[in-house]
Design a protein around this ligand. Sequence first.
Ligand SMILES: [Zn+2]
Length: 438
Amino acid sequence: MKNFLIILIMKILNFILKILGKKGGNFLGKLAYDWNDEIFKYFKISCPVIAVTATNGKTMTNNAIGFLFKEAGKKVISNIEGNNMETGILSTLLKNCSLTGKINADFLVFEVDEGYIPILFKDLRLDTLVILNFFRDQLDRNGEVESLILKINEFLKTYNGNLVLNSDDPNVSRLAKANPENKNIYYFSVDKYKFATKEIKEAGEGKFCPFCNSKLDYDYYQYSHIGKFKCPNCKYGNNSIFKIAKNVNLENKSFEVDGINYKTKFNSIYNIYNFTAVISVVSLYDIDTNIIQKALEKFQLNNGRMEELIIKDCKTIINLAKNPTGSNVSLRILNEDNDEKELLFVLNDNLADGKDVSWIWDINFDELKNVSRIVTSGSRAYDIAIRIKTSGYDDNKIFPHLNLDEAVKDLYSTNSKKYVIANYTALQPTRKEILSLK
Ligand SMILES: [Zn+2]
């Protein structure tokens, strides 16, 4: 009766929010969870529940899985707006359930914050968990990445569902051993690509074996600590792969899995990993490869995550970067592009970004290929400008503006190609400012 009442009230609130033109975010879930923190048990869910977690790439992967299922004619409920803590997911369920808690869908697909996996799936059934990567992120919120991995490892000790793991991230593939009884382990991987390196170019974790502490041997690094590794002592790293992307071609934005060619709208190695995870998941649910092929080619995100726009005749690529790895991935794409370009880097230090911006010192600015000018903005415009200057870039070509409007105007005062990197709270304001010039 109590849960029935909670749901009824939340539905009325949701209705009022809709009339007011508000989306609500975590609000409904927060209220309901404070009222009864066991409410997840009340939902009657008969379809598969899929969750995606990672430091980077959750939103893109989650949305692509949902999109592919929808293109296959399935009914999908998903937190595509990225409210990925337990209260955000609860909000999504509350909006989509009947008063008796029944959920009518073919698939539930959620992106889940790394720290919330054990909390959320204590009371909610989970069928497939996808883990993409673990990098250093917002230390003040999550604590060390290692403690996060241990928490998920603890949760996995009693988990028997499908586990889709990035075989090339030693922080991730170790989780296959959390429950030796679980036979539903599916590793995905990406074959060595054109810009893979022998030495690590970017600061990263996972250089030591999590089981015997020996230094891991890498055949190559794809980006950060993601690559082909093996422990010389205990042989950790020799996984049998479920899906591997081969013949990665970033110019054509294409790759192959099981001999089938896939085209996408994205051109970074980092997205190829995300899409290989997506293909692994949907093939567990027997989605036709023809449908996957067509849907992947159509899939895009219009939210500033690897978004391409034409503004004042200038090709503009906008990407979110919340941490060193996200920034390094964006800079990698920039450096893999031979055209002359300008960079705008917008750095805020609001609560959601983390007050501590020292992570910018882990960004690799050593190579800024054909970057003719850099504009910086955000509340820490000067910090990021100094960081870039310290890497050896000519400071006469760095233009900091605390005011975002001025920064964007300055950026578009020339007609070369633009790359834009913005952190969490900076992304949408920056995107809006840029789009206002369209
Ligand atoms: Zn080892």
